[in-house]
Design a binder for this molecule. Structure first.
Ligand code: ADP
Ligand code: MG
Length: 250
């Protein structure tokens, strides 16, 4: 689904990503691991279009997307999760989800004036979709809670839910498990697996927790010093000499 071909990203003299080549297979949950500063987040930002690579190419379903902007990739079904912005924390979970679909008629003054009925109908559709997402994620009990009052893990579930408000095909998750308690981590893992199996989502996720990775990811790609060190199953990666050395910083 995604092909990263010989991609580099330099920040001044620093080679954050250095001739990285990898494939994210359609239908996979691909894990991306590596020591701090390995270039994982930078690689994600390149795939998500936050900035263009210094060199190399990126393909989405065989189509070159190098240099496309995040909103252009968004319309092609490539999403990355973002933390719930501060200004949305006083809105309810339901409202946070309803914010997502872009290009709603209500945003346009002309339409507001002339198409009130149509807007109401569309709002109703968006609400139904949001309620469906809430049921899928099994968070009906916090539907009307302010997003700001949720726990860290619940917020992560909402972030995942936001990707379900549009027709996402591939979702990039940057440390979705960070700072989340065990119980909620299990629930987030369940939601990811069900989105993958029942809704056909492809995932690429940066993660530190090896148990979480072992449960969800195949394959696991190891990044070190900006390049792909190896790729394999979680077990293969965990027991690999090169990987252990990279983590120990030798
Ligand atoms: P990881 O996510 O694997 O910890 P990053 O991709 O965040 O690694 O960072 C890789 C390297 O690139 C680090 O040395 C980091 O300091 C540097 N870096 C990341 N983003 C920038 C930036 N916008 N400007 C300058 N240096 C950056
Ligand atoms: Mg990072």
């Amino acid at each position: 689904m995604i092909e990263v071909s010989d991609v580099s990203k330099h920040f001044g003299g620093l080679k954050a990503v250095n001739h990285a080549t990898l494939t994210i297979e359609k239908g996979s949950i691909t894990g991306l691991i590596g020591p701090n500063g390995a270039g994982k987040s930078t690689l994600f930002n390149l795939i998500a279009g936050l900035y263009p690579p210094t060199s190399g190419q990126i393909f989405l379903d065989g189509e070159e997307v190098t240099g496309l902007k995040p909103h252009e990739l968004f319309h092609k079904g490539l999403l990355r999760t973002f933390q719930i912005a501060h200004e949305f924390s006083s809105m309810s979970v339901l409202e946070n989800l309803m914010m997502v679909p872009s290009g709603q008629l209500g945003e346009n003054l002309w339409n507001t004036w002339f198409h009130r009925k149509k807007i109401r109908e569309q709002e109703e559709q968006v609400r139904e979709r949001a309620e469906d997402v809430i049921r899928f994620l099994k968070i009906s009990h916090v539907m009307h809670e302010k997003a700001g009052n949720l726990s860290g893990g619940q917020k992560k579930l909402i972030e995942l839910g936001r990707t379900m408000m549009v027709d996402a095909r591939i979702v990039l998750l940057d440390e979705v498990g960070a700072g989340v308690n065990r119980t909620l981590l299990g629930e987030i893992g369940d939601a990811i697996l069900r989105l993958n199996q029942e809704r056909g989502y492809t995932f690429c996720m940066i993660e530190h927790d090896m148990d979480f990775i072992s449960r969800l990811c195949n394959p696991v790609v190891v990044l070190a010093e900006g390049t792909v060190l190896m790729q394999g199953t979680a077990d293969q990666v965990k027991n690999d000499e090169k990987v252990i050395e990279a983590y120990l910083g030798r």
